[in-house]
Design a protein around this ligand. Structure first.
Ligand code: PHE
Length: 329
């Protein structure tokens, strides 16, 4: 069915859907904006097959549709008659909270959700893991033994007996996951990382990273390149991307990736083919399997999209800043 027709049909269906009970309400939500198989959610996924111009138009229409659904929900749950009052009970804690327009998602959560969606579309699974790590998972298993110079760049907060740290990067998730799962694996993980940095407009002692890794037979650098290009184009639209050869102890070869923004190249992530020695540390046979990994700075990406100059703004909790963001980008 053509895209236009689909939208028209969905609009009709939303309009005609009768919500009388809370069960209806759940079905209504699931059918249209459900995370898994919601009709509008599905259409959002198809957007990437359209030309760039059309994408913008349809994106707008779909966002309008989504708002329409939310409005209807809002309207229904505010009707007094929707949740019958139980006699003799003044406060019934089982009644669902009212849907409210108050509040909005944090800009970093918006990017997080978007990245998760982008990688779910190509078969990645999403996991989260601990922020307090031991030396082995954060450093040694990733080819960064004690006294390795790259530990200097990732000085962090040591907890108790020096063996525990606040993780300096999300690459520790690679080790945690590979230890207990056999390939093929396709994983994305997003979370906070910590470094001993002086807080300034462009650095902070805490920031967010997204880590992705893919291990299977015959994974090559061109798979890595395609995946990254797909991700960058999904986030920024058409932007020039540059792979610059680099060094990380746990990938070989390694690259850093820059995007061209405001007339200059800005580094947004590191990546590479997982070093065979790292695979060996988690008992994966590097003669049979290979894999790639990448790590992205979430604040950086948000700064580029929203033209934000100072990373501290994300953590100031200034409502005038936070209220400017909608999840419809
Ligand atoms: N962990 C690296 C960093 O924080 C980024 C990275 C991840 C590089 C995965 C290569 C592969 O700088």
């Amino acid at each position: 069915m053509m895209y236009d027709q689909k939208i028209k049909k969905i609009k009709e269906e939303i309009k005609n859907f009768k919500i009388k009970t809370s069960q209806d309400l759940e079905t209504f939500k699931g059918q249209f904006i459900g995370r898994k198989k919601g009709m509008i959610t599905e259409l959002f996924k198809e957007i990437k097959n359209l030309s760039l111009e059309k994408r913008k138009d349809y994106g707008k229409i779909l966002n309008e549709l989504k708002k329409y659904v939310k409005k209807k929900i809002n309207h229904v749950v505010h009707k007094k008659s929707f949740f019958p009052s139980s006699k003799g009970i003044e406060f019934d804690p089982t009644i669902p909270g009212e849907y409210s327009e108050i509040g909005s998602m944090h800009p970093l959560s918006i990017i997080k959700e978007r990245i998760i969606e982008i990688f779910m579309n190509i078969g990645f699974s999403y996991i989260e893991d601990r922020e307090m790590e031991d030396d082995w998972h954060n450093f040694t298993a990733l080819n960064i033994p004690p006294l390795h110079p790259s530990r200097d760049m990732q000085d962090t907060f040591f907890l108790g007996e020096k063996n525990f740290v606040l993780r300096t990067h999300t690459s520790s998730v690679q080790i945690r996951y590979m230890k207990t799962h056999n390939p093929p694996v396709r994983i994305l993980s997003i979370g906070k990382v910590y470094r001993n940095e002086t807080v300034s407009s462009h650095s902070h002692f805490m920031f967010h990273q997204a880590e992705g890794f893919y291990i299977d037979k015959n994974v090559s650098f061109s798979d890595l390149k395609h995946t990254i290009q797909y991700m960058i184009h999904s986030i920024f639209g058409k932007k020039k991307v540059r792979f610059r050869s680099s060094y990380f102890p746990f990938t070989e070869p390694s690259a850093e990736i820059d995007v061209f923004h405001n007339n200059e190249w800005i580094e947004i992530m590191g990546c590479g083919m997982i070093d065979p020695h790292v695979l060996k540390n988690v008992n994966i046979d590097s003669e049979v399997y290979s894999g790639f990994a990448f790590g992205i700075g979430i604040e950086r990406i948000s700064c580029i999209i929203h033209q934000i100059q100072d990373i501290r703004t994300y953590f100031d909790n200034d409502l005038r800043f936070l209220r400017q963001f909608t999840s419809d980008f």
